[in-house]
Ligand binder design. Sequence first.
Ligand SMILES: *Cc1c(COP(=O)(O)O)cnc(C)c1O
Length: 364
Amino acid sequence: MATAAPQAGGALLIDRAALADNYRALAAQAAPAETAAVVKADGYGLGIAEVAPVLWRAGCRTFFVALAEEGAALRKLLRTARIFVLSGPLPGSVAALRQHELMPVLNELEQIAAWRATGAPAALHVDTGMSRLGLDVSAQALLLAEPARADNLKIALVMSHLACSEEAGHTMNAEQLARFQAVRERLAPVIGRPPASLANSCGIILGRDYALDMVRAGIALYGSEPSGAVPGRFRAVARLFGRVVQLRDVDPGTSVGYGATHRVAVAARLATVAIGYADGYPRSLSNRGIGFFGETPLPLVGRVSMDLTIFDASAAPKLRPGDWIELIGDHLPVDAVAARAGTISYEVLTRLGSRLARIGFGES
Ligand SMILES: *Cc1c(COP(=O)(O)O)cnc(C)c1O
């Protein structure tokens, strides 16, 4: 790593083989439904240029991004992939969507009106309980009452999104599935019977009933299992390392970091590591985080600062400046780091900063 990123303070290693394995495992679970990959937010923070080609080689042919801009970046990487843009045609973005052959997900009647003149295909999102994106009940009724609103509309996919798939036992799951099936039936006279998609990562785990024609896998591809039902079900993809800048031996009573929130109890050796909240390492890990040097756990002491974090390295006498400390990885799954930080794996991964060296390794 030191040779691959000699000047970096933090390195994000992307295990290509693990990513491809996770794709294939999800695809096997969802089959015969197609498994699309969600690569919004720069491939969940891992770097779209690193993850998208790996997913393509693993057999993925359909991708979802949040914004047209992300779709344009993905188009440069994958010339022939099907790319859906979840936010739809925002005002002023129709030309860019057309130019890069992106398919918007139409979320409301105005978006349908803006898109259908192009004659190009799109997806249609119907809301079944998220109240976030998609045609609501009144818009669905209006579309049925005035079917001319769908003239020239080519719907390649009809989709909805689960609100509670992380809780397998939640009643919302079955309710949303039933609502989605009912809306598909009702809208058939207007949009026909295009392929349907409902499940995200945890939706795939809910079972075959939820897979329909296509699933949209996101976080599980990147190694997290947010339901927590089967820790380690997916292989870890992202490994975060920070580099030791300085070591010091301190006496009992010495205070550590901003706010002096930690005081060492016994003589200790402290390691200052070149990673901080500006790199997306959560500040909420202050006095709660942990790092690993090889097999040795090192408690995070004091506050995480912008560019630096301090670990108690008393247990690692061999540690030297320039060595790397594992912050997310085999010893510290992203779900465990997120739990310590009081957040979710999605936020931990997508915040990983642009200053980190992103290094892919392994074959896919
Ligand atoms: C982000 C997103 C997904 C992927 O969800 P995961 O929980 O990461 O698998 C799927 N569908 C939609 C509409 C999304 O916004």
